[in-house]
Ligand binder design. Structure first.
Ligand SMILES: *[C@@H]1O[C@H](CO)[C@@H](O)[C@H](O)[C@H]1NC(C)=O
Ligand SMILES: *[C@@H]1O[C@H](CO)[C@@H](O)[C@H](O)[C@H]1NC(C)=O
Ligand SMILES: *[C@@H]1O[C@H](CO)[C@@H](O)[C@H](O)[C@H]1NC(C)=O
Ligand SMILES: *[C@@H]1O[C@H](CO)[C@@H](O)[C@H](O)[C@H]1NC(C)=O
Ligand SMILES: *[C@@H]1O[C@H](CO)[C@@H](O)[C@H](O)[C@H]1NC(C)=O
Ligand SMILES: *[C@@H]1O[C@H](CO)[C@@H](O)[C@H](O)[C@H]1NC(C)=O
Ligand SMILES: *[C@@H]1O[C@H](CO)[C@@H](O)[C@H](O)[C@H]1NC(C)=O
Ligand SMILES: *[C@@H]1O[C@H](CO)[C@@H](O)[C@H](O)[C@H]1NC(C)=O
Ligand SMILES: *[C@@H]1O[C@H](CO)[C@@H](O)[C@H](O)[C@H]1NC(C)=O
Ligand SMILES: *[C@@H]1O[C@H](CO)[C@@H](O)[C@H](O)[C@H]1NC(C)=O
Ligand SMILES: *[C@@H]1O[C@H](CO)[C@@H](O)[C@H](O)[C@H]1NC(C)=O
Length: 488
């Protein structure tokens, strides 16, 4: 018997150890000491990684290799140098070497056909790139596809004019420069020059304006046409014969978020506060942090709360800022109301004397009610607190105020055994709060504690009590909670 028990315990702990081992083998913690998180000044966030198996999600492995400029990260074991990773967009920036060129030497013309192919998680970005041709009289074609050039497009950079006088900085609009977009969702492309004379009937000599033309699929935002690009080799030389390019990636072993979430074990969005986003570049998905969080959604606890109050430039607040998990509260200072996110919008509360009195009466009545019923009972059901916290006391809601006052005084006059139960009071108050005039005019609540309670001679008040959390400016639980003594 005893032995059996021991054996059982042993088996259980053995199973536990085996389980731990298995988990460890599947996913050694990203960011463990043997995984590099940077190479050549480029940050490498998970799911990307450099190091032994497990440092990266399959397909997202990088290598850190020596180049003429020191160590640089490369996609996989290939020749695309990684310039940067953007997790929220599902993009990487890479350097594309060997810009295609078409040079007319007096004796012969030289060209090359450039074939480019990305491995699986990567796709050519349609939005981020543009096919660009510079030169005076050059026609270049780009063919996009996966296994072969399925979609052909291209453009012609036309005559630059005598000594390039048809060119203008910043104007890539035909003369000396042209651009076109590519189809989205593919992983390979081919660039090729075509003999200009087969497209345009022109025998004019261009040799003394520009000897070489260039063509590249490249990041659109990093191209700004200069006249010197068409008349010299400056475009080629600007980045040492390479151009920046945007490549999109996604976790592609599930076709979309819905499919991915069916298999929690391989679901990549492991952070608590992460959300799944369908890939815009083919099958698959990427992970983002939920609104109000930032960090790395591919890591456990990777998405952290943003303290909006510490970033007033991004999250303007001209009142009292309070950070809350996932969002923040920006409220007007005591005694004012308005939209505290707008500078100068918090206005002093001005009440008509009628409202003032009404509020005084209802507040007094409610205070008395609470005193009579006892705090414990009044607080037992949060509903009441919530209701008082909301918009009952509003200039536009005189009917409500009046009704509440009547309700409160009823509670006071009837004997203890027949007075309305708290439940009933709460229900009535709830109905009042839901009345059209309250709902249609959601206003920031007033701050009762600043108002005069004069004329309530029978009660004395003191403030105290602090407790749990309710939102809003005026919270009975938070502040100005009154304890009452009735004069006998
Ligand atoms: C790191 O690599 C060394 C040598 O290969 C190995 O002994 C060690 O266990 C590894 N550490 C981790 C955390 O994987
Ligand atoms: C660029 O071209 C050179 C010479 O033609 C070649 O040696 C090199 O491998 C090419 N680089 C890439 C990244 O294709
Ligand atoms: C063109 O060919 C001639 C004769 O073969 C040679 O002398 C000349 O240097 C070449 N020009 C160029 C630009 O290569
Ligand atoms: C090219 O140079 C030749 C002689 O140097 C000149 O006659 C011709 O006009 C020039 N062409 C252009 C387009 O500038
Ligand atoms: C090209 O233009 C020239 C003169 O402008 C003309 O004689 C010739 O027929 C044209 N060629 C073609 C193929 O259109
Ligand atoms: C190359 O340049 C020569 C001389 O400048 C010119 O005659 C020839 O038409 C040019 N070839 C092409 C394909 O532009
Ligand atoms: C998806 O990839 C994860 C690792 O990235 C792997 O564990 C899982 O088995 C794969 N799922 C499918 C359906 O291929
Ligand atoms: C992702 O795509 C699937 C299939 O088209 C769709 O049902 C789902 O609503 C999408 N999910 C998100 C988060 O966009
Ligand atoms: C407050 O102003 C901001 C900025 O104009 C606006 O986005 C927000 O919706 C406003 N809030 C309310 C409650 O009107
Ligand atoms: C509080 O009041 C609501 C609404 O009447 C009711 O549904 C709920 O059960 C009450 N809760 C407690 C703890 O009495
Ligand atoms: C206070 O806020 C915490 C965290 O949001 C929540 O778990 C708790 O239930 C709240 N307490 C009350 C009384 O609302």
């Amino acid at each position: 018997m005893q032995l059996q028990k021991l054996a059982a315990i042993f088996l259980v702990s053995l199973g536990h150890a085996a389980l731990l081992g298995a988990v460890g083998a599947l996913a050694p913690p990203p960011g463990s000491s043997n995984c590099s998180t940077a190479c050549g000044g480029v940050d490498i966030p998970y799911p990307f990684g450099i190091g032994p198996a497990g440092c990266a999600l399959p397909g997202f492995e990088l290598t850190c290799r020596d180049t003429n400029n020191g160590k640089k990260p490369f996609l996989g074991h290939g020749h695309f140098e990684l310039a940067g990773v953007s997790l929220p967009d599902g993009q990487v920036h890479v350097w594309k070497y060997n810009i295609s060129s078409y040079c007319n030497d007096t004796n012969n013309t030289q060209t090359n056909v450039d074939v480019v192919r990305f491995a699986d998680p990567y796709r050519i970005s349609q939005a981020g790139n543009v096919f660009t041709v510079v030169g005076c009289k050059a026609v270049a074609i780009i063919g996009v596809g996966d296994d072969f050039a399925r979609f052909l497009s291209g453009c012609a950079a036309t005559n630059c004019g005598r000594h390039g006088d048809r060119l203008a900085d910043g104007a890539c609009s035909g003369a000396g420069c042209c651009q076109t977009t590519v189809t989205k969702g593919y992983s390979a492309y081919v660039v090729e020059f075509t003999d200009y004379s087969t497209v345009f009937n022109s025998s004019k000599d261009i040799y003394n304006v520009s000897r070489c033309s260039y063509a590249a699929l490249m990041e659109s935002s990093s191209f700004d046409f200069q006249t010197s690009y068409a008349t010299s080799s400056e475009f080629f030389d600007a980045n040492g014969g390479r151009v920046p390019m945007v490549v999109e990636w996604a976790v592609r072993n599930a076709s979309n978020c819905v499919e991915a979430q069916k298999n929690r074990d391989s679901y990549a969005c492991v952070s608590m506060n992460s959300v799944c986003v369908n890939s815009s570049s083919g099958p698959g998905y990427i992970c983002n942090c939920a609104k109000g969080f930032d960090g790395n959604p591919y890591l456990r606890n990777g998405c952290q709360d943003i303290d909006e109050c510490k970033e007033p430039k991004k999250y303007p607040c001209y009142g009292n800022c309070k950070n809350i998990l996932g969002y923040f509260d920006c409220t007007c200072p005591k005694g004012t109301r308005g939209n505290a996110s707008v500078e100068g919008a918090c206005q002093k509360i001005i009440l008509t004397s009628g409202t003032r009195i009404a509020i005084g009466v209802v507040a007094g009545a409610l205070v008395a009610l609470f005193g009579f019923l006892g705090w414990e009972e009044a607080m037992a059901n949060d509903t009441l607190v919530e209701l008082l916290d909301s918009d009952i006391v509003d200039e536009a809601s005189m009917r409500v105020i009046h009704h509440a006052a009547v309700l409160a005084s009823q509670c006071l006059v009837v004997p203890g055994t027949t007075r309305p139960t708290m439940m009933l009071v709460a229900t009535e108050l709830r109905q009042l709060a839901q009345a059209d005039e309250v709902q249609q005019r959601p206003q920031p609540p007033l701050v009762l504690e600043d108002l005069s309670f004069a004329g309530m001679g029978r009660t004395s008040m003191s403030t105290s009590y602090s407790g749990s959390n309710t939102s809003g400016v005026y919270s009975i639980q938070k502040k100005a909670v009154l304890s009452i003594e009735f004069a006998r």
